[in-house]
Write a protein that binds this ligand. Structure first.
Ligand code: 6PG
Length: 241
């Protein structure tokens, strides 16, 4: 696991450079780049930067876009992770038809999870646990990643690759990749900014292992590369840095 502490502009420039590096390496080695985008606000300046400065520099025609999680809302709903990514990035770069696979939040949650599992199997193969070239994650102040919230059922799921996870504190279902898929990514890039993430970042890096309480801690079992990009505020509680 690597941790880099960077201020705002440098933070997003670094995230964009890592995204570009992962894309170029994947296409050079395997002919395609598979990425799972994160929801939330933290990645939005990254999506803008990629659209503004990397629209020509990246192999978008060989890129396949998925999502780490989604809210159970239609794709045009303000809360939709797809809608936000579509507006800030996906509609602004030359992806090929059919390259974007959104989780269908408008469907019944269980049906949407099965639908997305089919989409992943079609891309990655029936038997293979999807091995994204790049999996982007944010982290919640409570230590959730994707829609794997503390003390929720999805934290125990080790067979399915996508589930509908009921999040009691939100009183709603969320669609989410499961831990086996997240841990199988070649590169996991976690973006964390702001003082409200300091406790979760500290729990991840230095806290006792209690993944039910701090789901982000499961990332310690990642089989690929794990890189944390945090700003000084989110790093406030770390003894290093
Ligand atoms: C979502 C995200 C979620 C997000 C964290 C951090 O659907 O909201 O996937 O896991 O990454 O909640 O959100 P912020 O970046 O807005 O702080």
């Amino acid at each position: 696991m690597r941790l880099e502490i960077l201020e705002s502009n440098a933070f997003y420039a670094r995230a964009a450079a890592l995204f570009a590096e992962a894309a170029s390496a994947a296409v050079a080695e395997r002919g395609r780049f598979t990425v799972a985008l994160s929801g939330g606000n933290t990645p939005l300046p990254l999506y803008d930067l990629l659209a503004d400065q990397y629209a020509k520099a990246l192999p978008w025609a060989a890129t396949r876009v998925f999502f780490g999680d989604e809210r159970c809302v239609p794709p045009d709903h303000p809360d939709s992770n797809y809608r936000v990514a579509e507006a800030s990035l996906l509609s602004r770069v030359p992806l090929v038809e059919g390259a974007v696979h959104r989780m269908k939040g408008e469907l019944d949650p269980a049906e949407a999870a099965c639908d997305y599992e089919r989409a992943l199997r079609s891309e990655f193969g029936e038997r293979q646990i999807p091995d994204f070239d790049l999996l982007l994650l944010g982290v919640g102040p409570d230590g959730h990643i994707a829609s794997l919230f503390p003390h929720t059922e999805a934290l125990c799921e080790r067979k399915r690759i996508v589930v509908a996870n009921f999040v009691a504190k939100l009183a709603t279902y969320r669609l989410t990749l499961t831990i086996p898929v997240i841990l199988n990514a070649r590169l996991i890039l976690v973006l964390a900014r702001g003082l409200d993430k300091a406790v979760a970042v500290n729990a991840m890096i230095e806290g006792p292992y209690q993944p039910e309480m701090w789901p982000v801690q499961v990332l310690q079992q990642a089989t690929g590369e794990l890189l944390w990009l945090v700003d000084p505020e989110a790093a406030t509680m770390l003894s290093v840095g």
